[in-house]
Design a protein around this ligand. Structure first.
Ligand code: T1G
Length: 704
């Protein structure tokens, strides 16, 4: 072992070192960025403890993390690969059984395997501000290194059920209250480690070995959690396994640990684990764009044009992120509507405990300013236009912005499908023009498409991504096309739902099949919520250019002709009143008439066929978006649908699902469906190549 001269510490390996101070030994973990429990960290800790426990002079060991956090969990990048000794559960058992007392110092985000290491030690001291938790269930697994056995021994079964099945972090104060940790202190991890070890030796810090602690059985708590999960998480696999594992904590520790390992392995094999891990990495992968090397421009003040739903939502998001916002509208009435919507949004944030009432009042009194007309935007660093989706209106606005805003101000449009190149061409500075496509409600939905036009500057793109991070949104880079990534794909797959409705499936059957797949709502529930008039306007706009070969379904437009636009008018595909949403019989009559006018005899669709057609259509158009370079990688499309369209997280996104179905099967399905509609169902070249070569979208992500 090499010994560093000036600090008295001995490097066990690149991430673990030992420092001896008299009867105390400190083990420092330094595996940036989050001290993930990689193989190097596990084996380093094992070697360090194995050496120290044989040194008679050492009376106490303290383990602490260097950097922003103690161990934040097992190294997720090792998931799915054959585990390498020492496994984390074995390391935890080794720590628990160590004859020398070990105190663990927690800081930052001590999650998952990191908390399990802490629970296996004999005392736990957390720095102020530490968060602890077991997020494993959000990754499709369960705590697999003793967490389901040791937490009940320290904090009881009810608290363990809540923390482990929810995956939600808890504050250090809450952890102290539930006896999961022993002390909260301020200071530097190394200093606290030294002091805590001293206190262990002097008896000022009591120690407990969890193996010796009994668990208070609580069958009622277990049963009520099981009943709750059947209602709230019917499709997920691992939350129910969490309960099974916690229930096994009534067994002797060694037997409970075996049961936990059995359940953990069952979760690891589940496709839901692969999907949830993919979703976790998708959030981070999308930030890796070609323009990321550029320095973002400094955004201090934001202007928003338009106080409608989107403009007010965008303004709310920026205000909640701490930006001063200038909201502009054509007239005072528009401004009044906008500020009232913003006030309502902020009230909601207070109710959700996102901000305090005082913060809301400060935002409204000093961060938000308003003006009619665009001249007041002369000092903003970024303008986000969110007005009517009409190119002539955008042209007028961007022509004015070109004149009134300062050099270097970024001019963004929130348009959901108009051509950003055309908008940029109206200005003398196309390099400053970009699309920032928010999703309604803009202060809640996490997705933001950053639409890069031909001449958009690299630093402007980098600014879009930096802004998304400040707004706590997930930015996905998109090229320019009608509908960018999400709406373009949705417009395509919505047609296949309409075709099935025309051919025999009811809107409710389609919605039930799609919610059974895991979406929060089916396509007709979504359409009613968003407003059928949006699709009606789009159909009118596209009518002249609609290819003759394209099958047009008039049903939704006929419903709109009755003045039924969905939830906002009380009627659409469904009826919305105090009896709760239910199928609209008059819509069903319109469907029957449309079928008979087209000479169609309705046929049955099974749930599986509805899902297969729906998902295959989504993947088909997504593949085209990919091969046209509108999306950088398949994982970007997954992120769009996970964070903007309610795609079930445990399925990882449409492109991850595509890999699970396989390109060959997808091509077979499309060719099968093409027999009834060769225009709509065409196999994209990329998908055909993948079917021939065995290539997967996962592989394309690596080379993307
Ligand atoms: N393993 C590997 N890499 C990880 C990681 C992990 N556990 N956590 C984060 N990273 C990477 C991440 O991909 C990114 O990489 C960088 O670190 C910064 O992350 C046996 C089985 C800790 C709250 O689920 O919640 O323990 O993109 O951007 O916003 O029972 O990361 O820079 O290349 O998210 O400051 C349980 C998951 C695992 C924690 C920090 N633990 N991580 O957030 O940074 S399962 C978790 C997080 C387990 C045991 C079981 C967050 C964070 P890159 P970041 P952040």
């Amino acid at each position: 072992m090499n010994t560093a001269e000036n600090t008295g510490s001995t490097g066990i390996n690149d991430v673990v070192s030992i420092e001896r101070q008299g009867a105390i030994a400190l083990i420092a973990l330094n595996n940036p960025p989050v001290n993930a429990a990689s193989h190097a960290l596990r084996s380093g800790v094992w070697q360090a403890v194995a050496a120290l426990q044989d040194e008679a002079s050492i009376e106490a060991i303290a383990i602490y993390g260097v950097g922003r956090t103690f161990i934040a969990g097992a190294d997720i990048r090792e998931f799915g690969k054959p585990p390498v000794d020492p496994w984390l559960p074995e390391l935890c058992n080794f720590l628990e059984d160590c004859p020398t007392l070990i105190v663990c110092v927690l800081h930052g985000t001590t999650f998952g395997g990191g908390l399990e290491v802490a629970l296996a030690c004999h005392a736990r001291v957390a720095l102020t501000g530490t968060r602890v938790g077991f997020p494993e269930v959000t990754l499709g697994v369960i705590p697999g290194a003793g967490g389901t056995q040791r937490m009940p021994r320290l904090a009881g079964i009810p608290a363990s059920l809540d923390v482990i099945t929810s995956g939600k972090p808890m504050s250090a104060a809450k952890a102290l209250e539930s006896c999961l940790i022993d002390r909260i202190v301020d200071g530097d991890p190394r200093e606290i480690a030294l002091q805590s070890a001293r206190d262990v030796i002097s008896g000022n810090l009591s120690t407990r070995r969890t193996a010796g602690l009994a668990v208070e059985p609580d069958p009622d708590a277990v049963q009520s959690m099981r009943a709750k999960l059947v209602k709230t998480q019917p499709l997920l696999f691992s939350p129910h396994k969490c309960v099974d594992a916690i229930e096994a904590s009534n067994l002797p520790l060694s037997e409970g640990l075996k049961e936990e390992r059995r359940l953990f392995n069952a979760c690891m094999e589940s496709p839901q684990r692969a999907g949830l891990i993919h979703a976790f990495f998708s959030e981070r992968a999308v930030t890796k764009v070609p323009e990321a090397t550029n320095t973002p421009r400094d955004i201090r003040k934001i202007g928003v044009i338009g106080g409608g739903t989107m403009g007010s939502g965008i303004a709310t998001a920026a205000l909640l992120a701490g930006f001063p916002v200038l909201l502009t509208e054509r007239d005072q009435a528009g401004l009044d509507r906008g500020t009232a919507t913003i006030a309502g949004n902020l009230e909601g944030a207070v109710k959700r405990a996102k901000i305090t009432p005082e913060a809301r009042d400060t935002i409204l009194s000093s961060s938000l300013s308003t003006s009619t007309g665009l001249a007041a935007l002369s000092d903003v660093d970024l303008v986000i236009e969110a007005v009517f989706e009409e190119m002539s209106v955008k042209r007028e606005i961007f022509g004015t912005l070109d004149r009134v805003t300062k050099p270097g101000a970024i001019l963004a449009s929130n348009t959901s499908y108009l051509d950003i190149n055309q908008i940029a061409a109206i200005t003398s500075r196309p390099e400053d023009v970009i699309g920032l496509h928010f999703f309604s409600p803009a202060h809640i939905m996490r997705l933001m498409e950053v639409v890069v036009a031909d001449k958009t500057g690299g630093d402007v793109v980098a600014t879009g991504f930096a802004l998304a991070k400040k707004l706590k949104k997930i930015a996905v880079r998109s090229g320019v096309c009608d509908g960018f990534i999400g709406n373009r794909i949705m417009t395509f797959y919505k047609k296949t739902a309409d075709y099935m409705m025309m051919d025999g499936a009811s809107p409710q059957e389609i919605d039930q099949a799609i919610t059974g797949f895991g979406f929060a709502m089916g396509p007709y529930q979504v359409a009613d919520l968003a407003g059928l008039d949006i699709g009606w306007a789009a159909n009118k706009r596209r009518a002249a250019s609609r290819p003759a070969e394209e099958r047009y379904i008039p049903i939704a437009d006929q419903i709109c002709e009755k003045g039924w636009f969905g939830r906002k008018t009380g009627k659409g595909f469904y009826i919305y009143d105090d009896q709760g949403p239910r199928p609209n019989p008059e819509a069903l009559t319109i469907i029957d008439e449309a079928r008979s006018n087209a000479g169609i005899v309705a046929r049955k669709f099974t749930k599986d066929e509805i899902v297969d057609r729906f998902v295959t259509a989504m993947i088909l158009e997504a593949t085209r978006v990919l091969e046209e370079g509108i999306a950088l990688r398949p994982i970007d499309i997954d992120a769009v649908f996970l964070f903007g369209y309610g795609y079930p997280r445990f399925r990882g996104g449409p492109m991850h699902t595509a890999d699970q179905i396989g390109a060959k099967e997808l091509v077979r399905r499309i060719e099968d469906y093409a027999a009834e509609d060769a225009y709509y169902w065409q196999v994209p070249n990329l998908l055909r190549n993948m079917a021939e070569t065995g290539e997967t979208f996962a592989k394309l992500n690596e080379s993307g």
